[in-house]
Design a protein around this ligand. Structure first.
Ligand code: NAD
Length: 352
């Protein structure tokens, strides 16, 4: 029987509560689909600072590297807000992404039917099955380029190599092949030289994926199209800075922050899976956090790192079904059962 080694980085605030529910669901999926999971826990963020003095202990990196995948809750909180910048919980987050070579960030924007009313976009515009996947380059571009200051000026540099564009585009083409075979590459090739290289490289690579319908869109147009007609998109691939902005925009189309999953991939099997929300210190320990973003991140892990697509689909279907009548307080609507974090985890397990 296939066994997977998963490292859990529960982190701070609501991190431990939501990861516990995700583990429960993963164990249930393992029973149902005939595989086993062994877990190892490691420290990241504020809890790591408290225990070891640093947000990312070497032991954590070693454990993550030795596992098939990593599930992360969230890090940070007011307790550590006065730490110096390079020793804050969030530095641990950037550190682990770098240490694991996670160059591709995947952010799905999916509307679950029962939650349609939570979207700020009109019903007829989002339709019944809006499902966009944004693939953002995570370790290059302007966030990592040369920067500096003169007497009365400052600069940041956008630089991409052909190899960097190729590896992120390959992730996006491969994903499109597993989905609806449509890829939109977003750039600013009418102005930026780096975007022209981006576009040329994507076009060249497209020869290897004749089944994928490729189109190109300028980033300003894409920002507009996402709210005008989001149904037109399947997979979007873009640079670090454009992806940062567009993925936040697209994720809000789906409604609540407690529902949004993400994956960061290294090109190999190992990935890091986490909700996009933070540690929600305002509700930590109250048992009311929404665990669904973390549970849906586990579904992404099953699909993209562990090659268990049926288990992934079953979890997503179970979440959709449970949402018809049950809600945590953040997504509560009149007439629904109001449930706790733990109850939500139990309900998804039962539905599975
Ligand atoms: P946040 O996402 O933690 O919270 C924003 C709001 O959303 C809060 O009202 C919170 O209660 C609510 N919320 C978030 N997740 C929820 C959930 N699962 N269920 C129900 N409600 C939820 O953002 P913030 O308040 O700006 O940041 C809090 C801390 O988290 C900070 O220290 C910040 O640096 C950190 N942070 C960490 C990550 C991460 O670990 N990836 C990401 C963002 C922020």
């Amino acid at each position: 029987m296939q066994n997977y080694k998963i490292t859990l980085l529960k982190g701070d605030g609501i991190g431990p509560e939501i990861v516990d529910q995700a583990v429960k669901v993963l164990d249930r999926a393992a029973d149902k689909f005939g595989f086993t999971v062994t877990y190892d826990e490691a420290l990241l963020g504020g809890c790591a600072i408290d225990a070891t003095g640093v947000p990312l202990p070497d032991e954590t990196v070693a454990k993550c590297k030795a596992s098939d995948s990593v599930i992360l809750g969230a890090v940070g909180g007011p307790k550590w807000d006065n730490q110096p910048g390079n020793n804050r919980p969030e530095a641990g987050l950037l550190g682990i992404r770098g240490a694991l070579g996670l160059f591709a960030n995947l952010r799905p924007s999916v509307i679950f039917g029962p939650l349609k009313s939570a979207s700020p976009i009109k019903d007829d515009i989002i339709g019944d099955n809006m499902d966009i996947m944004i693939v953002r380059e995570l370790t290059g571009g302007i966030y990592f380029g040369e920067r500096g200051r003169g007497d009365d000026c400052a600069w940041d540099t956008e630089k991409y190599s052909v190899a960097e564009v190729e590896r992120i585009a390959r992730v996006a083409f491969d994903l499109a092949m597993k989905r609806n075979k449509k890829l939109t590459s977003v750039d600013k090739a009418n102005v930026l030289e780096s975007s022209r290289l981006w576009r040329e490289t994507v076009i060249r690579l497209s020869a290897e994926y004749p089944e994928v319908e490729l189109n190109h869109m300028y980033v300003d147009n894409c920002a507009m199209q996402l709210v005008r007609n989001p149904k037109q998109f399947d997979v979007i691939v873009t640079s670090n800075i454009f992806g940062d902005i567009l993925s936040d925009e697209a994720s809000m189309i789906a409604g609540s922050i407690g529902m949004l999953a993400s994956a960061s991939l290294s090109g190999g099997k190992l990935g890091l899976y986490e909700p996009i929300h933070g540690s929600a210190p305002d509700i930590a320990g109250l048992g009311i956090a929404n665990p669904l973003a973390t549970i849906l991140s586990v579904a992404m892990m099953l699909r993209y790192s562990l090659a268990q697509p049926e288990a992934a689909q079953a979890i997503e279907d179970a979440v959709s079904e449970v949402l018809k009548t049950n809600r945590t307080p953040d997504i509560y609507e009149e007439g629904m059962n109001k449930v706790s974090c733990e109850q939500m985890g139990d309900l998804v397990c039962q539905m599975l």
